[in-house]
Write a protein that binds this ligand. Structure first.
Ligand code: SAM
Length: 389
């Protein structure tokens, strides 16, 4: 008889994404299709904007995708689709991409007999894998959305799994059920909640998609120290939806920048305004960490304007009243710039670029994070004694 998860497992082993035999056995045992709800939400364009359109699970594409290495969105806008014509704007729950699920479980590296807290139950697929690997009694999961949590409980029960699923804010962990050997967050965090570290045994791991939010998250594996802090490296891409209260609104630079406002400080900057779009993942993490809440938008000059060819207007803002506009020209520095609000975002970007360059332009694989007992986050290069600041 074919194993219930054989097709998904084959997709992962073919990519070299499932190297631990214990997790391979778990993937083989769990039928991923059982966790796909009646409707999934597929990214598309409507009325000039990106939205998520409802597709029934019976759709032939959905039937194919559920066995392949794709994430599928399973809820939008916290269950109340807010886009045009019944579409959704923000995906708020999903069944994650199997190769990312496998990477996270293998990074967690839980051993027989260990107890794991999962944050973000979602459909329950990852939780079923944890149940297969460790046993129902050794896994606890927290889901903030009551409808999502209830659906996961039902699906898991139908398949014979009975883990503890708690409906609530996973940022608080589950104080009464710890300590845990490890915590696995299947939802992204910009600030790692201190409760996850406090509820993990010293030596245990906290695996979480983490990022300061300027770029999408990377997979962070923290090891908890005896003193209640935790340290660890960034391992790979791990684009995830953020913890519900760490999300940013879907908005536009025009909501935050009024270029007609009086009292603009106008001047020049020497930093190339285009550095905010440097795609180096190490820079993206450094910039987001060193310039908190930064958002940026680059508008290229029209190709029809021969005099402005190659030029661009780069806008920075923090959604709290500070913003800056820089005019890039291929003629080079200095660049005209303006700013408004209490923060000088151009100065902060310049300082961040200098710090990153002086550290040797570290790629993301050289970066790590310390989370102190009080939740303070310190980004470092190569080892925790070398903070990037
Ligand atoms: C990517 S999905 C999880 C995927 C899931 N583990 C699976 O296997 O299907 C992220 C989930 O985290 C949940 N979530 C968001 N913020 C949360 C919070 N503060 N506490 C607990 N769950 C949260 C979302 O509702 C969503 O269901």
């Amino acid at each position: 008889m074919t194993a219930p998860g054989a097709v998904v497992a084959r997709a992962l082993t073919a990519k070299g994404a499932l190297l631990d035999p214990a997790w391979h056995r778990a993937v083989l045992a769990v039928p991923r299709e059982a966790f796909i709800p009646e409707t999934v939400w597929v990214r598309t364009r409507r009325e000039g904007r990106t939205v998520f359109a409802p597709y029934p699970r019976t759709d032939p594409d959905v039937q194919a995708w559920m066995h392949q290495d794709y994430a599928l969105m399973t809820q939008v806008d916290d269950g109340e689709p807010a886009g045009p014509g019944g579409t959704g704007i923000v995906p708020t729950s999903s069944i994650s991409q199997p190769s990312l699920v496998a990477a996270m479980l293998q990074a967690l590296d839980a051993a027989d007999g260990e107890k794991v807290l999962e944050i973000g139950t979602g459909t329950g697929y990852n939780l079923a894998l944890l149940c297969e690997r460790l046993g129902d009694g050794r896994v606890v999961s927290v889901e903030v959305d009551p409808v999502v949590a209830e659906q996961a409980r039902r699906t898991l029960a139908e398949l014979g799994y009975k883990p503890t699923i708690i409906t609530g804010d996973g940022a608080a962990g589950v104080p009464g059920c710890g300590p845990f050997d490890h915590v696995l967050a299947t939802v992204g965090a910009k600030q790692v909640p201190p409760a996850w570290i406090a509820q993990t045994q010293p030596g245990g791991r906290v695996v979480v998609p983490w990022g300061p939010g300027f770029t999408s998250a990377a997979l962070l594996r923290l090891v908890v120290d005896e003193d209640g802090s935790a340290h660890g490296r960034l391992l790979r891409d791990a684009a995830f939806m953020w913890l519900r209260d760490q999300r940013r609104p879907v908005d536009d630079w025009r909501d935050h920048i009024d270029e007609t406002a009086p009292a603009l400080a106008a001047g020049e900057v020497t930093v190339n305004p285009r550095v905010v779009s440097d795609p180096d993942p190490g820079w993206g993490v450094a910039l987001g960490h060193l310039v908190p809440e930064l958002a940026a938008h680059t508008a290229e000059a029209s190709e029809d304007n021969a005099e402005a060819v190659g030029e661009a207007t780069v806008r920075l803002y923090d959604r709290a009243g500070s913003w800056g506009v820089g005019e890039y020209t291929p003629a080079g520095a200095p660049y005209e710039a303006q700013r408004c609000g209490p923060r000088d975002l151009w100065a902060e970007v310049t300082a961040a670029r200098t710090a990153w360059e002086e550290a040797g332009r570290p790629g993301r694989d050289r970066l790590g994070l310390t989370v102190e007992r009080d939740g303070r986050q310190v980004l470092w290069v190569d080892d925790p004694t070398k903070p990037l600041d």
